[in-house]
Design a protein around this ligand. Structure first.
Ligand SMILES: *Cc1c(COP(=O)(O)O)cnc(C)c1O
Length: 405
């Protein structure tokens, strides 16, 4: 049988370690027709509890209560683990639920965590506003140089938390280098790879112990559901994550799991198309006289281009980019107020609908200016999430709005 071979750049486009190509795996991997009915899609098991055969046979069917485990959610967990090459995965109500359960699962009072200084805002906030108060300390470190991570590891460090590409700065972490450091120090390495998706990069391939995905973003891809996943490299880690989830009660709902099981089937097609359009938009912006800087891992001007090419599959670099406009805060805000359809002004990312956000007035409006600037979140920084619209329409609308500034 001929295997599909999809690649935006025309090279050898599939992971080479599997029976089927990635395109086949995202559609069919781990999902089989329902044994009872032949239904091609996984049924929604909308049931709180599962009747047991006897006390002696308790859990023989594998399920007891839907906070602990649910067959529809389990089907998605198997699928995510398969796509990310994990030993197991746990699906959560949101991406933040996944992050919080990792931190509570592997950090206790007196422990220390090395966290990237350009993490997703919610990740940074929960460490400062909650975990620090519980007696857990954090070092916020520039992960673009793995030596900084090594230097920050202390005797009580239990977890190193990376994010690549980072939201919204698009800086990259050399995952293998950081994993090697973690391994030599006996510290767990978790990577939030939401911006990459398993279509572009699988953190476990680069020695990470755990990976986090906000399923809200590219797995869903339709602005329809919120969800998260933790992918574990060993059954023991997976068991620990599920144990935390059962205690916290932050498992994904079966309806949501059903929807994500369907939307993820087009994730490869979407990510490849969105990435190709993002590259075009980035090139357009880089040439525009009103634009100071553009950051996209596919551009030769990205300071970590060599790492991007090494770490991202087949020269595909995702749908996220940012630009810094000449004219600072007013220009950034002005673009938001001027740009027309098909662009939307809103905060989600990774979806079919392209959108843009102005960090200084929107996502990071509550962060002190000096703190924002210190990590490179400048006044005119505009983050773009590229969707599935016609690239020419997106570029034309951007051009019109930029010309009016
Ligand atoms: C959105 C996002 C999260 C949080 O996910 P939610 O589903 O919104 O809770 C975590 N990490 C990154 C990189 C994100 O973009």
């Amino acid at each position: 049988m001929q295997r599909p071979n999809v690649d935006a750049n025309g090279g050898a486009g599939t992971w080479d370690d599997k029976e089927y190509g990635l395109s086949t795996d995202v559609v069919h991997g781990t999902v089989v027709p329902d044994a009872a009915t032949g239904a091609i899609l996984t049924p929604i098991f909308q049931s709180t509890t599962f009747v047991q055969d006897s006390v002696d046979q308790y859990l023989a069917k594998g399920y007891s209560y839907s906070r602990t485990g649910n067959p529809t959610v389990r089907a998605l967990e198997h699928k995510v683990a398969f796509l990310e090459k994990g030993a197991g995965a746990a699906c959560f109500s949101t991406g933040m639920a996944a992050t919080v359960s990792v931190m509570t699962g592997f950090l206790k009072q007196g422990d220390h965590c090395v966290l990237t200084n350009v993490s997703y805002g919610g990740t940074n906030r929960v460490t400062r506003k909650m975990f620090q108060d519980l007696g857990i300390s954090f070092s916020y470190v520039d992960f673009t140089d793995p030596a900084n991570v090594e230097a920050a590891i202390q005797d009580n460090t239990k977890l190193v938390f990376s994010e690549t590409p980072s939201n919204p700065l698009m800086t990259l972490t050399d995952l293998q280098a950081v994993s090697d450091i973690c391994k030599s120090k006996g510290v767990l390495h978790v990577c939030d790879a939401t911006f990459a998706t398993p279509i572009i990069m699988r953190p476990l391939d680069f020695g990470c112990d755990l990976a986090i995905q906000s399923l809200t973003k590219f797995y869903d891809g339709h602005n329809m559901t919120v969800g998260g996943a933790v992918i574990s490299s060993t059954p023991e880690l997976d068991e620990r994550v599920h144990f935390m989830q059962n205690m916290h009660g932050n498992i994904m709902a079966p309806q949501t799991a059903f929807l994500v099981l369907q939307t993820l089937k087009t994730m490869e097609v979407r990510v490849l198309r969105q990435s190709a359009t993002a590259a075009k938009v980035a090139e357009f912006l880089e040439k525009h006289p009103k634009v100071d800087v553009v950051r996209y891992p596919g551009l030769a001007s990205h300071p970590q281009k060599e790492l991007a090419d090494r770490q991202h599959r087949n020269g595909v670099h995702g749908s996220m980019l940012w630009c810094e406009l000449k004219g600072g805060f007013d220009a950034g805000k002005g673009l938001m107020d001027t740009v027309q359809r098909p662009w939307s002004l809103c905060e989600n990312l990774g979806s079919c609908e392209s959108n843009l956000t102005h960090a200084a007035s929107m996502t990071h409006g509550n962060v002190a200016r000096e703190e924002r600037l210190s990590v490179g979140l400048t006044d005119g920084l505009v983050r773009l999430s590229i969707g599935l619209e016609d690239p020419d329409d997106l570029i034309a609308a951007l051009g019109k709005a930029l010309d009016k500034l």
